[in-house]
Design a protein around this ligand. Structure first.
Ligand SMILES: [Zn+2]
Length: 146
């Protein structure tokens, strides 16, 4: 199985499952800012213009069902009024907007890209080398005992 829910959920690269597909930290004015390519395996995050058009449809479908089902449950089972149900749906859509936007992009990229175990091994190797280099860097001395 080449699809990984864990890497999709954590916004990791679908090819190597190590690199981030969104810029970190999250800039609220650019919520879907992505690096041009994965820094470990080089997978392009925007393979062609309009690539995330399909992701937009995914977010529409998922968001619609995600708002509709709990609202119907509240109105028909818990006897909420329709206005209360609509208010709940609007709040739910506002709260889940950002995770849904990013999640649908991540899902679309994972559906359209192939997992490569060799790329994952190379990426892990790169990461371990970076960590060992970081430990060799200069560190301030601790205060001498008086
Ligand atoms: Zn990658």
């Amino acid at each position: 199985m080449s699809f990984s829910c864990k890497s999709m959920w954590n916004y990791k690269c679908p090819k190597c499952r190590q690199g981030d597909i969104f810029d970190k930290p999250l800039d609220i004015s650019k919520p879907v800012a992505m690096p041009k390519e994965c820094k470990y395996c080089g997978l392009k995050t925007m393979p062609e213009p309009g690539f995330y058009y399909g992701g937009m449809f995914l977010s529409y479908i998922i968001g619609g069902w995600m708002a509709l089902l709990p609202t119907l449950l509240l109105v028909f089972y818990f006897k909420w009024t329709v206005n209360q149900g609509m208010a709940f749906a609007i709040v739910l859509v506002i709260v889940t907007y950002l995770p849904l936007l990013r999640g649908s992009r991540s899902l679309w990229l994972h559906l359209m890209s192939k997992y490569d175990p060799e790329a994952e091994a190379k990426a892990k190797d790169k990461i371990s080398k970076q960590k060992s280099n970081a430990s060799k860097e200069w560190k301030p001395r601790t205060k001498a005992k008086i």
